[in-house]
Each structure stands twice: as C-alpha cells, then as structure tokens.
Design a protein around this ligand. Structure first.
Ligand code: DQA
Length: 151
C-alpha cells in the first residue's frame, strides 16, 4: 500500500477563520477529511499533521525516510524563508510535492520565491483544498510509475 505523509505548516490550523477571501471557508479538519475520504477510496495509507513550528516539520520530514513513499507539504510561510525545510527534503530523499491553497505567484512579491520548489517534484498552487487532492494524486502517480519502472 502506498504511504503518503501530508504536512501542513504554520497558521494553517487557523483555516476557516483566517483571511477567508484568500484561503476559503474550509477548515484544516475539512481538508484532512477530504484527504482521508480520497485515501480510503484509492486504497492509500495517509497521515496528516500540522505544526506552527519549523523544527517539528524538519523532524517529521527526516522521520519520513523509509516510512513514507511520498510527502505532500504546504509549508505555508516557511516556503519563503526556510532553508532548513529544503535541507530536510534533500536529506530525507522522500519524493516531495509542494502545495498551496492560494496562487503564490499572483500575490506579494515576497511570496513568489519558494525555497522548496527547487527540491520538490513539483508545485501545485492556487486551487484551494483541491491543491491538496491534486498533490496526493500526483504523489501516487509518481510512486506507481517509479515502482513499475524498477520491477
Ligand atoms: C500558503 C501561501 C503562503 O504564502 C502563506 O504564508 C500561507 C499559506 C497557501 O497555502 O496559499 O500561510 O502556503
């Protein structure tokens, strides 16, 4: 069974009440519910975690090595600041997909740069909760194609 770790970064616990015009009305609980329903239907093992702390996210990425086949992460504001998250992705060697609810390229200039993008498989940005569903689907497709290439 394919194992996917979904990580939510800082302030995403505030979804539903936070800047609704940008991030929509879905709470983090709603998004995790959508992902769980999707995972059951697809027969995928999915674990979702949120932290406001950069260190937690670094540790969870490191620990994913050998335990998960792919990571889908919304690093939130750490996208634009964190070399530590980038280094964690490089050291864990777990294929990682970056997702954002809003389209970061249509927003303030400081959000256009992502420290993660250069080490991620790809970035999905701007589709609200659907960004996560596209992210986990892309993760499964990637894992399946890598597994079938190596068998
Ligand atoms: C975000 C975009 C980031 O720029 C911002 O800091 C967030 C959320 C998004 O999902 O659109 O907290 O990652």
């Amino acid at each position: 069974m394919i194992r996917i770790l979904v990580l939510h970064g800082p302030n995403l616990n505030m979804l539903g009440v936070r800047e609704e015009a940008l991030y929509g009305q879905h709470t983090l609980h709603d998004i995790n519910g959508l992902l769980e329903t999707w995972a059951k239907k697809e027969g995928v093992q999915l674990e979702a975690k949120q932290s406001n702390s950069e260190g937690d996210l670094v540790t969870w990425i490191q620990e994913a090595r050998g335990l998960f086949d792919a990571i889908v992460i919304n690093p939130a504001a750490y996208t634009h600041t964190s070399i530590a998250l980038r280094d964690a992705v490089l050291s864990a060697e777990v294929p990682t997909i970056e997702v954002h609810l809003s389209n970061i390229h249509r927003r303030e200039e400081f959000r256009h740069h992502s420290y993660l993008a250069g080490v991620a498989l790809g970035q999905i940005s701007g589709f609200g909760a659907t960004s996560y569903l596209l992210g986990v689907q892309a993760a499964v497709d990637h894992v399946q194609s890598t597994q079938s290439a190596s068998s």
